[in-house]
Design a protein around this ligand. Structure first.
Ligand code: SF4
Length: 225
């Protein structure tokens, strides 16, 4: 915790991420997935946000959380931490359990990536974890939470907590959040509303978040909370 990267380490990690993204963009390993591959920029950050998978619109925008779920997610960060979307995207590394759109499920919502797809895409996460060695992971939605914590728990038992886990060889604090898509109203009713705010507060006061967005900005925002 509290690491300040040397310029050489920073440059090396940035280059490694750029190379990895070049390979990731060319990945076509999952026959049922719909491209293009979606990922955020190569941000060397102590904080990694892990979503489930892009929706149907993200591919055309070329960035994760680019549509309605993203509007909700970034509003949460703006309202509780004062971090706007542009700043968040510049300072936080954004990844997902699967990087391609899985298509629609028979019920109408987005299909949940299957176990084989998740396992294939995990290889990218493994490499990203090795490059970044992040201190804080924001797990968004039940699939991301399960993949990182290794347990299936109701949202009401995990949102609002911080868990220390070993993830791809890295000791990391995990703060789970509900998925911001309109598919589930969990975060709009109690206890979800209260637990969501507790989870966001955990992120706001985490030292890695302060390093990621800048200690001066973080101090100002803390004083307003
Ligand atoms: S979901 Fe992941 S592993 Fe599968 S094709 Fe897309 S990038 Fe490759």
């Amino acid at each position: 915790m509290g690491r300040i990267l040397s310029p050489v380490t920073f440059a090396s990690r940035l280059r490694s991420l750029q190379l990895l993204h070049g390979e990731l963009d060319a990945c076509r390993a999952c026959p049922k997935m719909i491209g293009p591959v979606v990922h955020g920029p190569p941000v060397v950050s102590p904080v990694l946000l892990l979503g489930q998978a892009p929706g149907p619109r993200e591919g055309s925008f070329g960035k994760p959380f680019a549509w309605t779920a993203g509007r909700t997610l970034f509003r949460w960060f703006e309202e509780t931490m004062g971090v706007d979307e542009e700043t968040f995207r510049r300072r936080i590394y954004m990844a997902a359990v699967a990087r391609c759109f899985p298509g629609k499920a028979s019920g109408g919502g987005d299909r949940r990536p299957d176990a084989e797809e998740v396992a294939r895409c995990e290889t990218w996460l493994e490499r990203e974890a090795a490059i970044l060695r992040p201190d804080l992971l924001i797990a968004v939605g039940t699939l991301a939470i399960e993949r990182v914590t290794g347990v299936k728990s109701p949202l009401s038992e995990v949102v609002g907590t911080v868990r220390r886990v070993r993830w791809h060889g890295v000791e990391i604090d995990v703060v789970p959040l509900p998925h911001p898509s309109g598919a589930s109203p969990w975060h709009k009713t109690e206890p979800g509303k209260r637990l969501l705010l507790e989870g966001l507060a955990q992120i706001a006061r985490h030292p890695a978040m302060h390093r990621a967005i800048g200690e001066d900005e973080a101090s100002q925002r803390r004083s307003k909370m």
